[in-house]
Design a protein around this ligand. Structure first.
Ligand SMILES: [Zn+2]
Length: 679
């Protein structure tokens, strides 16, 4: 069976607000399959993320409900501030932070595995920006500018009280960046207690169609009760996700890896502003009459501002120029230096009242930990990638969270209720180190499945902490539908835009996650632009086509078509009514799996098991035989292989060392792996 992982639903679109046209970004960075996270901008995804959370959790407060709840509390915070000479509350709070660095094996300081120094420079920026610190880039002389009286510290203890430097690294990424839904899975597995830590996840690029995000934050809620009644809780994703190149400041750590214009740590200042309840200064309505960030001292604005242009007045009907220096705009880092007094009142109200947020200043997370825990392994599970392939290979991060060095571990894994397969790990992991484990490829029947992986023992004994030993991943294993498979060597892409051609961008991605063709940067032209491109495609591959209308006003008279070499239409789509984007997927020359073969592979038994001298591989139920077998040891080394000559293969394993072995059985393009123990 060939599987698609990028089945797309545009659920998000059903709740889209007025979207703002965003600056064009070249689509070269987009090379990842998966469900696109549709964001209106290529900078901050918080507004769209909040919409996604609301759909998953109907209990979560809608914008109006939240504002109704917070309004009297903001008034209270304001009264308190005005009592104390209008600015300081003289109650500086400190927020403990933990940084989870999700990398793909690069050395510390390389690429997305950013150095401790780069993270420390981020803390410095936050402490300047949130304190309006004199003689720093975070100072302003604006009469409405405010010292937020919030400081930040790096955690010095883990949730279990062990010593920590507040930076945790996980070797679990790949070099293709992240879909936002993958980031969500990682967040839930790695989060530290959100009552005690502001969790920051640093990942490589977070893709959206046509670009990537700097980051997104989870907005505060008014109720700690959401998640009851079977609803999805949002507590375990609370925090801020940031692209690695947006973290830290070139001013304080020049050797780091930075974005060109967002290189002074202000993406974190912005996202943490959302985390404490601030909205974008233009209010995200796309209409001056309704634009509202619930702060009177930030002039009304229509849209996000980019670059660093002063003197912009996007809502001339209302007083004041756009406050492009406000951290809650999208201007370049170098132009940002202002939070206002009204923004402060909102943050103080959230800090005093919002679940989780109100506990952060009380936590002892920045007090050095002194506890110890002998043998504690932890497992984190990378979301499966089954792009256009017959099988999947789960990837784990196996981490040492205890005090002892770990030299061996026994890990069990299974699909659904199948018998567990044992993986024996040996090596040397110092405390806080982790190892990346790629399990042998596995197959599955079409449909929904649960993959479970669990630590059985550490250093030959019990693991001291059970709570981080087991991970599960629900996944869908679906064959691509016959009608989406085409026999062709080329695909001809025809795109007809409307007059506003500059608003149109499209991409074709292959199953190696590369953009292999795209159209962007068209000039507005009466009658639109017609772009026709013929692209070579490969057999046994899957492709995804995405077209985006940044104007979000449809593409009247516009359409696209995808055709094979012989003129067969893969997809033809009028674009008059698209809301933001349209998506097509197809496979080329894929041989689909056969149910009979699957049955054959599922009716094989190994016996005896455990085995000492002789191992039998038998086909039960009188089915056809597999074609081949390959035997691997637990390190993945091939011990033996051969072809099936009858429904019973008898192998001599006398010379194998004692341990766990895997038998991979193949027939045509399908495979199944079984396990036996040699004693
Ligand atoms: Zn934002």
């Amino acid at each position: 069976m060939k599987k698609f992982t990028f089945k797309v639903s545009f659920l998000l679109l059903s709740g889209m607000f007025a979207l703002t046209a965003n600056a064009q970004q070249t689509p070269k960075g987009s090379k990842k399959f998966g469900k696109p996270f549709i964001a209106a901008s290529n900078y901050c995804g918080t507004v769209e993320y909040e919409e996604q959370l609301s759909q998953k959790n109907p209990e979560r407060a809608k914008k109006a409900e939240f504002e109704e709840w917070i309004a009297p509390k903001v008034a209270e915070a304001r009264a308190k501030r005005l009592q104390k000479n209008g600015n300081g509350t003289n109650e500086v709070v400190t927020i403990p932070m933990v940084f989870h660095v999700i990398h793909n094996g690069d050395a510390i300081g390389e690429n997305e595995n950013i150095s401790d120094e780069q993270i420390l420079s981020q803390i410095q920026v936050l402490n300047e920006d949130y304190r309006r610190a004199a003689d720093t880039p975070g100072f302003n002389s604006n009469p409405v500018g405010a010292d937020m009286e919030i400081e930040f510290c790096l955690a010095k203890r883990t949730p279990n009280g062990l010593p920590s430097n507040g930076i945790v690294r996980y070797n679990i990424g790949d070099d293709n960046g992240w879909q936002q839904e993958e980031v969500e899975l990682i967040k839930a597995q790695t989060q530290w207690d959100p009552e005690k830590y502001l969790n920051i996840w640093i990942v490589e690029d977070i893709f959206i169609p046509g670009g990537y995000l700097a980051g997104y934050a989870q907005f505060p809620t008014q109720s700690g009760l959401e998640g009851l009644g079977g609803q999805t809780s949002t507590a375990n994703t609370d925090g801020v996700a940031l692209g690695a190149r947006y973290v830290g400041s070139v001013n304080y750590y020049a050797e780091g890896t930075y974005d060109e214009v967002r290189n002074m740590g202000r993406s974190a200042s912005h996202e943490i502003g959302h985390f404490f309840g601030l909205r974008h200064i233009w209010g995200d309505t796309g209409d001056c009459a309704t634009a509202d960030d619930y702060c009177d001292d930030t002039p009304t604005a229509l849209n996000a501002n980019y670059g660093c242009q002063i003197g912009i007045d996007s809502c001339p009907e209302s007083e004041g120029l756009d406050m492009i220096e406000n951290y809650m705009d999208y201007t370049d880092d170098v132009c940002l230096n202002t939070f206002t007094q009204d923004q402060k009142d909102r943050m103080q109200a959230v800090l005093a009242n919002s679940p989780r947020r109100k506990n952060l200043p009380l936590a002892d997370s920045c007090t050095p930990g002194t506890a110890s825990l002998d043998n504690d392994g932890a497992i984190y599970l990378l979301p499966f990638s089954t792009n256009c392939s017959n099988d999947f290979s789960p990837v784990l991060s196996f981490a040492n969270r205890g005090t002892n060095t770990i030299t061996s571990a026994v890990i069990n894994y299974m699909v659904d209720d199948a018998e567990a397969i044992t993986y024996s790990w040996t090596g040397s992991l110092a405390p806080n180190e982790d190892a990346r484990i790629e399990l042998p490829a596995m197959g599955a029947q079409e449909g929904e499945h649960t993959f479970t992986v669990a630590i059985q023992s550490i250093n030959g004994g019990a693991d001291a902490l059970a709570s981080n030993n087991t991970r599960t991943n629900d996944f869908s294993f679906d064959p691509i539908e016959d009608e989406l498979i085409f026999d062709t060597e080329t695909v001809t892409i025809t795109v007809q835009t409307d007059d506003a051609a500059s608003e149109v961008t499209w991409l074709l991605m292959d199953s190696d996650q590369n953009t292999i063709a795209y159209g962007t940067g068209y000039e507005d032209t009466p009658g639109g632009v017609l772009d026709v491109q013929e692209v070579e495609v490969n057999s046994n591959s899957c492709y995804a086509f995405i077209i985006i209308d940044a104007g979000v006003d449809g593409i009247p008279e516009g359409y696209y078509s995808l055709e094979t070499s012989d003129g067969t239409i893969i997809k033809e789509q009028a674009l008059d009514d698209i809301l933001y984007a349209d998506f097509a997927q197809f496979g080329v020359n894929i041989v689909l799996g056969n149910k009979e073969i699957e049955k054959t592979l599922n009716n094989i038994v190994l016996y005896p098991n455990p085995a000492n001298n002789i191992l039998n591989i038998a086909v039960t139920n009188g089915m056809d035989t597999p074609d081949s077998y390959t035997i691997y040891n637990s390190l993945g080394q091939i011990m033996d292989n051969g072809i099936f000559t009858s429904s019973l293969q008898t192998l001599d394993i006398t010379n194998y060392s004692n341990g766990v072995y895997f038998v991979k059985l193949g027939k045509d393009n399908q495979a199944k792996t079984l396990q036996f123990v040699k004693y």
